[in-house]
Design a protein around this ligand. Structure first.
Ligand SMILES: NC(=[NH2+])NCCC[C@H](N)C(=O)O
Ligand SMILES: O=C(O)CCC(=O)C(=O)O
Ligand SMILES: [Fe+2]
Length: 343
């Protein structure tokens, strides 16, 4: 794992940049801020930019931790109850902007029309009623390891997590495809497009009782997205789990939503082999307040250990970003050339 801790001088540079940005913008999703993020990011300390660049070029293991940003726990205010009722909060703006700037050095942050009401900046905290769900907002159940949006052809290249609060030291889990020991025969099977995968529950319409304002065109696109998700749920795509270079492959897998893959003996054998290897390599990693963790979503699977939420404003609180290297790939599902929401 690649890690960096900001020095006092670097932290001052970061805070100076953020002070001028928070004076100009009141939200990390202000379209003008989002548009210019990659330009503002040039002002981050050189060493930080170099680490992000090395990570983007796969010079290291696919996990980058950036520590040293300070979060004032009291000033942050209570962990919200739900992302829907929680509007932009001034207290978390600097942390969100810092996160956006770093992410912009890897690519362009994107949003899903069918997830968290189409927001770019996701909130991850336990939500009452989701305790036993396989969702970022769950708590009592192990969040089983997965590629983020494994089912989706336009899934993010990188997943970013920014920790605002983690009093209970609840661990994120991750493992790298580079560490898996698999025989040639199993590799060959895993490279075949034969594993049915269903959309995860975070994209289903019943999580989307949204009241966001939308144009007629956006409304149409949103219902088209939900129809597409429902179609993939009843008729899942058959995908390859390993792809790219045979010796140093990328992976795409979310076993919890790949039950049907066990119906065919060869597929079942290959699934069992890779699941056992990931289980052998998965490790716990406790995020600290102020820490950013970037994961290469083509090489790393991740999850979260179970925990008991208090729902009293002190629970673990992360922000999450999905970053695409090439926005153009999703052009036919975005309303405008520079829109970030994928429908
Ligand atoms: N194995 C899984 N639980 N997969 C689904 C992951 C959760 C999903 N990404 C969310 O935003 O809530
Ligand atoms: O909470 C975490 O550490 C990871 C959450 C996650 O994987 C998700 O929400 O998809
Ligand atoms: Fe995830």
């Amino acid at each position: 794992m690649q890690s960096i801790e900001l020095s006092d001088i670097e932290l001052k540079t970061v805070n100076d940049v953020l002070a001028s940005l928070t004076a100009k913008f009141t939200s990390s999703s202000d379209p003008e801020f989002v548009r210019q993020c990659a330009v503002f990011a040039h002002e981050l300390p050189q060493r930080l930019r170099a680490e992000l660049n090395a990570f983007r070029l796969e010079a290291s293991g696919g996990v980058l931790s950036i520590r040293g940003f300070r979060i004032d726990d009291v000033a942050t205010g209570p962990t919200p109850e739900h992302w829907r009722t929680h509007a932009d909060r001034a207290s978390t703006l600097p942390a969100e902007m810092y996160f956006m700037l770093c992410a912009s050095l890897l690519g362009d942050p994107i949003a899903w029309a069918t997830q968290q009401d189409g927001r770019i900046m996701h909130d991850i905290f336990p939500i009452k009623g989701h305790e036993n769900e396989q969702l970022g907002s769950g708590s009592e159940e192990l969040l089983t390891w997965h590629t983020e949006e494994a089912f989706h052809p336009l899934r993010a290249d990188y997943l970013g997590l920014a920790c605002l609060r983690n009093h209970d030291r609840v661990a994120t889990t991750f493992a790298s495809v580079d560490d898996l020991e698999l025989t040639g025969e199993i590799r060959d099977l895993l490279c075949q497009e034969r594993y049915p995968i269903k959309p995860d529950r975070s994209h289903l319409p019943h999580h989307g009782e949204d009241n966001r304002e939308m144009s007629t065109r956006e409304r149409e696109l949103l219902s088209r997205s939900y129809e597409w998700i429902m179609a993939k749920d009843s008729e899942p795509d058959r995908v390859a789990i390993l792809f790219g270079d045979r010796e140093a492959p990328y992976l795409r897998i979310d076993p919890f939503f790949m039950e049907d893959a066990y119906a065919v003996p060869d597929s079942a054998r290959a699934m069992k082999a890779i699941v056992a290897e990931v289980d052998r390599n998965i490790r716990d990693y406790v995020l600290e307040p102020g820490e950013l963790l970037f994961l290469d979503n083509y090489k790393i699977v991740h999850g979260r250990v179970p925990f008991t939420a208090r729902f009293d404003g002190t629970d673990r609180w992360l922000k999450r970003l999905n970053v695409a290297r090439d926005l153009r790939k999703s052009r036919d599902r975005r309303i405008d050339h520079d829109a970030r929401v994928i429908h």
